[in-house]
Ligand binder design. Sequence first.
Ligand code: ADP
Ligand code: ZN
Ligand code: ZN
Length: 830
Amino acid sequence: MNQAAPSYAEVVVNLPLQSGAFDYHIPETFSSTIKPGCLVEVPFGTQLVQGIVLKLVEVAQVPETKPIQSLVDPLPVLTGLQISLARQMAEETLSPLAMILELMIPPGLGKHGDIQYSISDGEGLASQSLTPLQTKVVALLHRRGSLRGRQINAAFPHIDWRKSIQPLIRSGWIFTQPVLPSPTVGPKTARTARLACPPGDVEKLGAESSRSEAVRQRRTAVLQFLSQEHLPVQVTWILAATGAKPADLAWLAEKGWIQWGETEIWRDPLEELEPAILPAPTLTPEQIFAVDGIARGLKQLAAGGNTPLFLLEGVTGSGKTEIYLQAAAKALELGRQVIILVPEISLTPQTVRRFLSRFTGRVGLIHSRLSDGERYDTWRRARSGHLDIIIGPRSALFAPLPHPGLIIIDECHDASYHQSEDPPFFDAVRSAELYAKISGSLLLLGSATPEITQRYRAERESWQVFRLPQRILAHNRAPSEPQNLPQFLPLPPVEIVDMRAELKEGNRSIFSRSLQDALNVVQKNGEQAILFLNRRGAATYVFCRTCGAILRCPRCDLPLTMHVDPDGLSCHSCGYNRKMPGKCPACGSNQIRQYGTGTQKVEQELNHLVPGLRTLRLDADTVQQKGSHEIILSHFVHHRADVLIGTQMLAKGLDLPLVTLVGVVLGDVGLTFPDYHTAERTFQVLTQVMGRAGRSVRGGRAILQTYQPEHHAIQFAARHDLEGFYRQELQFRRETHFPPFSRLVRLEYRHSRLQNAEQEAQKMAVRLRYWMEAEGFSSTDLVGPAPCFHGKRNGLYRWQIILRGPDPTALLRGKALEDWRVQVDPPDLL
Ligand code: ADP
Ligand code: ZN
Ligand code: ZN
C-alpha cells in the first residue's frame, strides 16, 4: 500500500537580510529521508542556501514552489524537542528563528564543512546520456575516487558543476555525504625555558644587559627565578612569576643564558590532587533529602506528570556537586540523558573531573578549545545516543540528546549564561527552563548565591528548594577516622577593614595592617593565601593631577590601564595600546599619575612588604595564552607559589586545602557602577571568593578591605548572610521598581558617529512612545534614551533605551527593529 507522503517542506533559511520560513517541494528521491530537523540546501533567488526543515506539509502556501536541492546530512540535525525550543526562544527573545536554530547546529556543519561526492552506481551512470559537464565530473570521480566539493571546485573553477550533477544525485547515481575537517589530534605542547648557565653566573648578567634599569631588573629576575628551579619551567609561568616580557626571554635565549624547550601542556591542573576515581561518599541527611526529592521528581516526570523547578542553595563546599552526581545517576537509571551547564570548563576543573571519573566513557565535554571537528564528533555521539551526560557552558544546552531527562545548572547566578555580546541574545537558564518543560525534564539550579530573581521566583512559584548551610570537611582527615562519614566545617570568619581609617592612621599602603599581619602568618606556617581584586576595580587608571583628565581609549572611551613594566597603557576592552604620554593630552601638565590598583601593583607592593613570599598572578594579562590558566593554577595547587593574586577568574570552583587566608584588596569597587545589579554582583563575588578560605582542618579566615564598610552588600557578605542580603535587596528592588518587580527590555543602537547613534535613539523613543500610547501600555515606562555607561565599544558609540514594565516584550513583538540590538531581561544595563 502506498502511503501518501507530504510533498512539501517548510524550510527556514538564514540570510543576512531576509530570514524566514518558505515552502519547497520534496523531490521523490528524498521523500522518505526528509524529515523535520533536516539540514538542506535550497534555491533562494539566484543562490543556493542552507536551511532547516521545520515541518512537512501537504499543501504549500504558494502556488509555485522550488525543489529542495540536497540534504547536507542524511539524518535530521535537530530533534523535534529542539525545534520546539527554538520556536519558543525566538518568540521570547524577539530573535529571528533562523538565528536560534543556528545555535543548535554544530559550528562548521555545512560551512567549514564540505560535501563528499562518490559514485554509487557506475553501471547505471554508464547507461545514461550525460551532458558534457556531467561527463567530465563523472570521469573525474572515476579517476580519483570520492572527492570533496572543494577538490572538484579546483578541477572546474568558475563552473557551476554542483547544479549540473544534482539530477545524478537525485537519481541515486552519485552519493553525497557531509564531511568536516577531522579533529586535530596529538598532544598540545607548550614552550619551556631553563637556565643554561651555572647558577653562580647569574650575577654577571648586569654588565652585559640593557641600559634600561627596568629591563635589566626583569632579566635578572628571570635568571634568579630559574636558578631556583631544577627543571625546565613553562614560559607562561616564568612570565607570570617574574613580570618579564617575552622579549626579555628571547634576548636571554639568544645570548645563551637560557635554553628553550617544549613540554606537553598540562590540561588538568588538579590531576594529582585527587585520586582519579573516588567512591561516592555516604551522604549527609541534607544531601539524602535533596537526592530523594530529585529522584521522586524524575519518576513523576517519567510517568508523564509535572514537577516544579528545583533550587539547590548551598554554600561553597557544602556538597552540591555530590548531589548533581547522584541525581545524574538517577536520571540514567530511568533511561534519560543529562545536561550539566557550568560557567566555564577551565574554571571548574574539579566538577568536571568528578563527572568524568564517576561516569567513565559516557560523558561528552563541550568547551571553547575543541576544534570544529572535535565538536562535531561530540555532537554526533550525542545525537546517536552514545553519550549520557553532556557538560559544558551555555551552548551545551543545545546538544541533540534524543531523550533528555535532567538539566543541571551549576552556579546558576553566573553572568556567563547570558549570551549578550553577539546576537541572538538569550539567557541559557531561561532557555533551560523552556527546554525542561518541552522535554519533560527536571531542571535543577544550584548556587551558593542564587540571583535575587531566581530566589524570588522560587518563593512565589513554590519551587522545591533544598538548602545546604554547612561546608563539608573533605581534606586532611586523620587516616584513623572513618573516611566516609561527613564532618562539617564553619565558614571562615570575615574581618572588615575600613581603609579610610587606615589612611587616617598613616597607613598609605594598599595592604591594611591586619592583612599584612595575616600574610606574615601564612608565610610563617607555610600555608597559602588568595588575594582578590574585583576585575572592575583592577584597572589602574591614569589621570592628570592638574586638570583631572582621565586617559581614555580612543576607540572605546574606557579608561586605559597602566602596566607597570612596559610603560605602556592598554584598553582591556578592545586591546588598544599606546605608550604612557609624558604630558597630559588635555592641559600639557606633566603631573600624570596612576591611581587605583591592579594585580601587578598588588604583587609589587606585596613583594616589597613581605619579601620571600612567592607570588603568582591570575588575570586577563597572564592567561592570554591558551592553557596558561591551567598552568598557573597547577603551580599554585602544587604549592610552587604562596600567594595567588587574581581577579574574578579565581572566584570559582577551587577547593584548595592549604589556603587559609583570602584577602579582598578592595571589596567595594564596582558598587559605584550605574546598574541596579551592582550590589548583587558584588555580594555574589565576595561570597564566592571568601568561601575559598579554610577548606581543611587548618581552618581559615577572610579579610575584606573596603572604603564603604557600611554598605549592605559588604556587611551581609561578611556575615555569609544570603537571606539577610536577599530581604534587603528585594526591598530596594520593590521601591525602585526593578526586577523581579518588573521586566526590562534594553534597546541598544551602535554607530560610528555619535550624532547618528543619538539621533536614531531619539527617533526610536518617539516611535516607542507612540506604540505605548496606541496599544495601551500604560504601566510600561521608557527610560532614556541615553548613552550607555560604556559609551563606546570597538569604535562604535552606544545609545540605549530601557523599557520597564510587566511585559515590555509584548510591545515589540512583530515590530521591525532592524539595526537595533534588543535584549530581553538583559544581564546588565552598562
Ligand atoms: P559544592 O559543590 O557545594 O562546592 P562538593 O560536592 O564539591 O560541594 O563537596 C565539597 C567536598 O566535600 C568535596 O571534596 C566532596 O568530595 C566532599 N563531600 C561531598 N559530600 C560529602 C559527603 N557526604 N561525605 C564526605 N565528603 C563529601
Ligand atoms: Zn591635564
Ligand atoms: Zn578600547
